[in-house]
Design a protein around this ligand. Structure first.
Ligand SMILES: [Zn+2]
Length: 85
């Protein structure tokens, strides 16, 4: 069963917020301005977390009302692919 998140994000969350998504911790470390396809400006959340595979820190962006979806560093983003040592 999918675990429900404890809080609901609405709007721009404050920097310093820490959340847990399916057991993985994400820290909000900044906001990033973003230009959408139709020319509107929005703000993306810049999250920092540790790779689910190796524990290396990585950053990922997500829309204000979305949870960060990335769970792994650059090296382990595609678990299906062989990792060259
Ligand atoms: Zn990794």
């Amino acid at each position: 069963m999918r675990k429900t998140n404890l809080i609901t994000l609405s709007g721009v969350a404050p920097v310093g917020l820490s959340i847990e998504v399916n057991g993985q911790r994400f820290d909000l470390i900044g906001h990033e301005p973003y230009l959408t396809k139709d020319g509107a400006t929005t703000t993306l959340m810049l999250w920092q977390a540790e790779c689910a595979t190796c524990g290396e820190g990585f950053t990922t962006t997500a829309a204000p009302n979305r949870w960060p979806e990335r769970r792994r560093c650059d090296l382990h983003t595609r678990p299906g692919k062989a990792v060259v040592a």
